[in-house]
Design a binder for this molecule. Structure first.
Ligand SMILES: Nc1ncnc2c1ncn2[C@@H]1O[C@H](COP(=O)(O)OP(=O)(O)OP(=O)(O)O)[C@@H](O)[C@H]1O
Ligand SMILES: [Mg+2]
Length: 329
């Protein structure tokens, strides 16, 4: 018998997401395994295009039509295998079990619908409530994300709100059904630094209040250091390292993680370019043989171009995909 209180909330194994283009088919996410404990905050980090958003969308089963899940994908949430759920069950799971916050609230909000109606509607998708009950719950959600004069804001349209306020609305929608897992995909990248801190602090507070877990997707190692317990580092569709925040910053094992940490000191927050990692990430449709990072790796040896590295366990729940670790170098 599995003990529900101690079993992890989310257990992803072998997640593989295949993309179909006009000319080819390839795995944009390959064999990703992620575990998130109850109440735990975990980050998924990596350069633009490495597959972070596709990973999140795969978990939510909100993939674009060009993408599909492939074997050996298994996603267990709260002891239930989501892969066997039909679309109706999955719709119920979204919102109640897990909810997602996106980078750009404007693409998510309907420009011609009042905020109150949108939040009310989002609540009614997941709950059998009268309009009045849902509307009351919407008001409470806006209060919970610390929006001042929430009754007034309910009557506004999205364009009447600042970027930070819009993101609060999205958070209000996401938490309205008290999800056990909150997935935040670059929730503050579009905001300026002060607002960014306010939103992150709000997420941290809400997480504590609701006792939910969080998957934070970000480029920003500063946010990682401050807001999560554990980190998964992604490169070219694969997880290349996982560790506690402490171990990751104190002793990063994968050369890519090392480069990421070094370069994060010089990240331009507006362009999010990691300026000091030489070269560009590979085109996933044509990923390099061997270790996917080897063409950019400063310490690659000849083996790296031939062999695809598995994980080497470093102890303390830290592991990395690097042949040099196998060799004990
Ligand atoms: N709808 C789509 N159609 C075609 N290709 C896509 C689609 N969505 C993602 N991709 C491709 O899949 C790969 C992974 O994309 P993804 O959006 O997951 O990256 P990401 O790590 O979230 O990047 P970013 O940090 O820029 O948000 C990229 O090569 C991207 O071009
Ligand atoms: Mg993304």
């Amino acid at each position: 018998m599995t003990d529900h209180a101690t079993a992890p909330l989310l257990c992803v194994r072998g997640l593989t997401t295949t993309l179909r283009t006009d000319t080819s088919e390839f795995d944009a996410v390959s064999d990703v395994s992620i575990t998130i404990g109850r109440g735990e905050a975990v980050a998924l980090v990596g350069e633009s295009g490495c597959g972070k958003s596709l990973t999140a969308l795969s978990l939510m089963r909100l993939l674009p039509s060009v993408a599909r899940l492939s074997p050996p994908t298994s996603v267990t949430f709260d002891g239930v295998d989501l892969a066997t759920q039909d679309d109706a069950e999955m719709r119920k799971a979204r919102g109640r079990k897990m909810a997602m916050i996106f980078q750009d609230p404007l693409t998510f909000l309907n420009p011609v619908m009042r905020i109150g109606d949108q939040v009310t509607e989002a609540i009614r998708v997941h709950n059998v409530l009268t309009k009045a009950e849902a509307s009351q719950l919407a008001l409470e959600s806006l209060e919970r994300v610390r929006i001042t004069a929430p009754a007034q804001v309910m009557r506004y349209y999205p364009h009447q709100l600042s970027g930070g306020m819009r993101q609060r609305i999205l958070i209000a929608m996401a938490i309205s059904c008290k999800p056990e897992l909150l997935i935040a995909d670059e929730p503050t990248t579009a905001l300026d630094v002060t607002i960014q801190a306010q939103i992150m602090d709000l997420l941290a507070d809400l997480r504590r209040e609701l006792g939910s877990s969080m998957l934070l997707i970000t480029h920003d190692m500063g946010l990682v250091a401050e807001y999560v317990d554990r980190v998964y580092v992604m490169y070219a569709g694969e997880i290349v390292e996982e560790a506690s925040v402490f171990d990751l910053f104190a002793a990063p094992k994968h050369p890519y993680t090392q480069a990421l940490l070094k370069s994060s000191l010089s990240v331009d927050r507006r362009t999010e370019v990691f300026e000091t990692i030489a070269g560009v990430p590979p085109n996933l449709a044509n990923a390099p043989k061997g270790c996917r990072f080897h063409p950019r790796c400063p310490v690659a040896i000849e083996r790296c171009a031939r062999e695809h590295p598995g994980f080497t366990d470093m102890g303390n729940a830290q592991r990395a995909r690097c042949l040099l670790l196998e060799e004990g170098a």
